[in-house]
Every structure is written in structure tokens, then in C-alpha cells.
Design a protein around this ligand. Sequence first.
Ligand SMILES: [Zn+2]
Length: 243
Amino acid sequence: MGLVTEPHVHPFLRCNIWHLRGTERDLVVDAGLGVHSLRAGAPQLFDREPDLVLTHSHLDHIGGAHEFTTSYAHVAERAHTPATGTLRRGRLIDALGLDVTPYVAAMPELLVDAVPTEDYDVDAFAVRAPRSCATVVDGDEVDLGDRTLTALHLPGHSPGSIALFEPHEGVLFSGDLVYDLDSGEELLDGIRGAVVADYISSLERVADLPVTVVYPGHGDPFGRERLLTLIRDYIDSRGGIIR
Ligand SMILES: [Zn+2]
């Protein structure tokens, strides 16, 4: 399995782009911010025209989707008409309805530290819609030939967040439902569209699955024990409110 990230994007918007090569089909999970072309910067992703699954439609996951022939997302994400987005911290806070945590307050005003070309206009950045975006519902399967992943609808971070689960291997591609950041930042529910009660229900559902390794939307992979700790910490921090 391959991993592509965007090194010149601030960690807050630096999403993991996972590349799975199957015997029959290839799959890419999430597409990054899209400041730099993935076809130019990571051509290996397109060796066999992969299907793209979007865990959700936040700008840092959907920005590069327009470069893929076929994308899939949950209907509640409205991925065919994504929000325009911005590379400026101040405007991003407004656009996403972000809570200004100390971490968000300390981010630089410009969220990239390099641009693809000298004349690139950071203020002209706009997320482009995917070329074609098909709908995924809970339980849909993605068959790559030698491995099959199941889509799980896990709202909370966003209304149509999905994860991909491979039951035989216990592998979960979690998107932004759960991750483990060096910065120690909590799971992000201080954002428009997030619902804490849904977040808790979704994490409880994941805790009950036989997950052994998580490949998250941000940060490094981690194992089951860490997953259960992250879930417990989140639920405790939100007062253990259940539904
Ligand atoms: Zn997100």
C-alpha cells in the first residue's frame, strides 16, 4: 500500500492519500487539498486509473478529486458541489465554522509554504468539483479482486463521513473519524456540520468492530489499543453523552 501526502501544506490541511493496489482494481482513499496536481506530483496513483473514495468532502480530502475519473462519496456530503475553500487561516475559520482552539489560533495565515509555480495565486485557490461522483451508502462493498472493503457510514465529524473496513485483515481507513496526531489535537468536532452525539455513536460502532490497524485521514497509522484509548478519551471529554 502506498501513501501520498502534501508536504508543503500545513499539517491541519495535510491529509493522507492512501493507495491500494488490488489484483483487479486500484483504489485511492481521499485526494488531498489539490494545490499541486496529483497526476503531476504522484503519477503512480494513476497507473491503472483507480477509483477514488472520499471519506468526506472537506477541502483537504476532496481538493484533488477532479483529477480522478470516478469518485465515490456519501450522499450527505454533497461532494458534487464542494465548498470553494481557501488557503487563508482567517477565511478558513469562517468558511468551516471552525472553533478557534489554541492550535487553530497559532496556525500561520497562509496554510501552504510553497506553491507549484511562481505565478500561482494563493487567493485564487478554489476547490473544483469531482468529474463524476457516485453515491456510497453504508454496507457498499469495494471489490479490488484480492481484497474487499466495506463502506461504513460514520457521521459525526461531518454528516456523510465514511470509513472503509476490511474485515479479514481488521484494517480500517478511518478518514477524520479518528486519528492520532503528534500535536495532541483532539478529534475535530468544532466545525460546522459536526454533531457530537453522532460522533460518539460512530466511535462506539467502530469500537465494536474487530479493527486491528487504523489508517487515518491525518497522522500515522495505529493499532487497536490506541484506537480504543482515543475513542474512550473523546467520549469522556464530551461528558460521555450518548445519543
Ligand atoms: Zn475533515
